[in-house]
Write a protein that binds this ligand. Structure first.
Ligand SMILES: C[S@@+](CC[C@H](N)C(=O)[O-])C[C@H]1O[C@@H](n2cnc3c(N)ncnc32)[C@H](O)[C@@H]1O
Length: 269
């Protein structure tokens, strides 16, 4: 099939499924042909293997996220490898990265730990900007494979060490702790494209979603960690505030919002 025809066919197939069918078809075609999207225009009269293209379009029709199909996701300033083993990083987590970089620079922080490294995008984005050593944990071996691939891609093996354990169990106590832990209530009805494809251990946490965040606060207290930046659910501010009072955690807390104006995380200092 000619590329011009494939573009039209693909758009028709996806028009009731995705918001921007033309863009997504171009992304899938350029992924398949291993070229830039802009170069498709020069290849319009080339023939492509229709079966391979159809398979990609069908995966998207079944609502598989395009990032998993193309094994690529952009986050902060970079493009990262991604697959189903790890959560697709969300744009709002870029705020966590900015907050962490701000704290590191202001207080000349040298050691950082991340709980729940996933694809590695938070630790990698921070390591690219700051002179720090980072240790990160994850309970998922599949996610750790993705993170390691990304660390290799950015040649950051000297700055970031990943370990397979829960929370901070296998990590040294850092000056700064960062985490975007699972914080969704297991009762919450997520969209099919998330629920059917993204790892559930990256999404859900017990006690209406706040249990892991509470555990992180316990660790901060117990290990006397000076600084922390964590992402949280839009409705978890009160629960976090109450828990800090309950455990008598002696830190200043400031909450931050995402670009939609929802509470999205907190900084402890
Ligand atoms: C929301 S994802 C965040 C991934 C990545 N940091 C990001 O921001 O895109 C949460 C990650 O925490 C991991 N995780 C869940 N429970 C954990 C625990 N008890 N200890 C360490 N990691 C955990 C999950 O496997 C998942 O990779």
């Amino acid at each position: 099939m000619l590329i011009t025809k494939a573009l039209l066919w693909g758009q028709k197939e996806l028009k009731d499924i995705v918001e921007r069918p033309r863009l997504e078809v171009e992304i899938l075609l350029s992924f398949m042909l291993n070229c830039r999207r802009e170069d498709l225009i020069l290849k319009q009269i080339e023939d492509i293997d229709f079966d391979i293209f159809k398979e990609l379009i069908n995966r998207r029709k079944n609502l598989e996220p395009i990032e998993y199909i193309t094994n690529s996701v952009s986050f902060y300033k970079y493009n990262f490898f991604i697959n189903k083993g790890a959560l697709i990083p969300r744009p709002e987590s870029e705020i966590l990265v900015e907050k962490a970089i701000g704290l590191i620079k202001k207080h000349n922080i040298k050691s950082v730990a991340e709980i729940g490294v996933g694809s590695g995008v938070l630790s990698i984005s921070i390591a690219k900007e700051c002179d720090v050593e980072i240790e990160a944990s994850d309970i998922s071996k599949e996610a750790i494979e993705v993170a390691k691939k990304n660390i290799e891609k950015f040649k950051l093996e000297d700055k970031i060490v990943i370990k397979n354990c829960s929370m901070l169990d296998c990590l040294d106590t850092p000056e700064l702790l960062i985490s975007n832990p699972p914080y969704i209530d297991p009762e919450f009805k997520l969209e099919k494209n998330i629920l059917d494809y993204e790892p559930h251990c990256a999404l859900f946490a017990p006690k209406g979603g706040v249990e892991i965040l509470h555990n992180i606060l316990d660790i901060i207290k117990e290990k006397r960690i000076k600084y922390a930046v964590c992402e949280m659910g839009y409705d978890q501010r009160e629960s976090i505030k109450e828990y800090i009072l309950k455990i008598n955690l002696d830190r200043e807390i400031s909450f931050y919002k995402d670009i939609s104006g929802h509470d999205r995380g907190f900084v402890l200092h």
